[in-house]
Ligand binder design. Structure first.
Ligand SMILES: *Cc1c(COP(=O)(O)O)cnc(C)c1O
Length: 377
């Protein structure tokens, strides 16, 4: 089946593009000897894990469910970080994860000995208090008062011998110059701990936009080598976005066109339900064969079938007039989309399809009324 024959709305994972991203990440591994994990938070379509597992070292999770998925579907290294771990979950987590990162020394004190008995390598997340992202405050773990990571002032030297590794995660869609800046802060504040012989690994988190065209990979590799050589640690990076960047689409159909002063397309896809980052972040998703408002001859506001007035994706222009029944293709829709879907308004979840290297599409999963009902009682 071709992409234009898929039922709508439908996410499509572009396996050619996914593989291209993985080749880039693999080269960083081969060049430096670092390890790279898939951050499942961004992309959890496990039917692609066999492919991803050919290139990367494993998975990282934000909690038990993602950790289980990584364990079951990739089965390679399995790391987990969460601001807190529940007593009811720590047993299973330590069965399936060989690396566990705490967010505080109180969590570490509570669970470190148990983890050690189970042979789990443990780390602490630090906060280098070095903000490098200007305009996305909700994605800045270094914002004042942030709950994420231990600041130098709260670092417990008396517990440092329990640690096997140190973790930081401060970037979001950033280039390696910001990593370099962050590393200076990490070294200045936590370098003396990184030098301790029990510290065997450094996890530099995600937010590295490694597969973006203008990403400076040489600088990343310099940063990785510098940390490896100075501190004699295994370096991990755990990108989410970069793994599946530009490797997916959301196909939608124009259901109606309403003109109450603004020509508006009613789509069977929704920002609120199917691309929540458009409203949360916010950002404007790329759309195939379109321009900015008024850049091309025909401008429309793109909106959805929900009753939320603000469920607007943005204003886009086209070379030709849009007709009811036309299909539109949102791009860069593999990441932070399917993992964040919801059924607000009783909207149906989009189907999920894969597109192979020849452009041939097949539907992996369709959804219905059951998904809506099952979560509500
Ligand atoms: C979100 C997150 C990642 C992945 O971030 P991307 O921006 O998708 O690369 C990695 N590690 C941690 C701890 C995270 O919270």
């Amino acid at each position: 089946m071709k992409i234009n024959e898929l039922p709508t709305p439908c996410y499509v994972i572009d396996e050619k593009k996914l593989r291209e991203n993985l080749e880039i990440l693999k080269k960083v591994k081969d060049d430096t000897g670092c390890k790279i994990l898939l951050a499942q938070k961004a992309f959890s379509n496990f039917f692609e894990y066999p492919l991803i597992g050919q290139y990367l070292d494993g998975t990282t999770a934000s909690g038990l469910f993602e950790a289980k998925l990584g364990y079951e579907k990739m089965g390679k290294e399995n790391h987990v970080f969460a601001p807190a771990f529940k007593e009811s979950e720590i047993g299973e987590l330590t069965d399936i994860c060989e690396h566990l990162v705490f967010n505080s020394f109180s969590q570490l004190e509570k669970y470190a000995d148990f983890c050690k008995e189970k042979g789990v390598s443990i780390g602490i997340r630090v906060n280098p208090e070095c903000s490098t992202q200007g305009d996305h405050a909700i994605y800045d773990p270094c914002a004042p008062g942030s709950r994420l990571g231990v600041t130098l002032a709260n670092f417990r030297e008396d517990l440092v011998e329990k640690l096997d590794g140190i973790h930081f995660h401060t970037l979001c869609e950033q280039n390696s110059d910001d990593l370099e800046t962050t590393l200076k802060a990490v070294e200045e504040k936590f370098g003396k701990y990184l030098k301790l012989p029990n510290i065997k690994w450094l996890n530099m988190g995600g937010g590295h936009h490694i597969t973006r065209n203008d990403y400076d990979i040489d600088r990343l590799e310099c940063c990785i080598r510098h940390m490896q050589e100075t501190y004699d640690v295994t370096v991990y990076v755990e990108p989410g976005e970069a793994v599946a960047l530009n490797a997916g689409y959301l196909v939608t159909e124009v259901m109606d066109i309403v003109d109450n002063g603004i020509r508006t397309l009613i789509l069977d896809a929704s920002a609120a339900c199917h691309m929540p980052d458009v409203l949360e972040m916010p950002y404007r998703p790329p759309l195939k064969d379109s321009g900015e408002a008024d850049e091309k001859q025909y401008t429309y506001r793109l909106s959805s079938m929900t009753c939320l007035a603000g469920d607007v994706i943005g204003n886009y222009s086209f070379d030709h007039e849009i007709q009811i029944g036309d299909k539109l293709y949102f791009e860069d829709m593999a990441i932070y989309s399917m993992v964040k879907n919801n059924t607000f308004n009783g909207m149906c979840l989009p189907s999920i399809a894969r597109m192979d290297e020849n452009g041939e599409c097949s539907v992996v999963k369709t959804f219905g009324y059951e998904e809506f009902v099952r979560r509500l009682g």
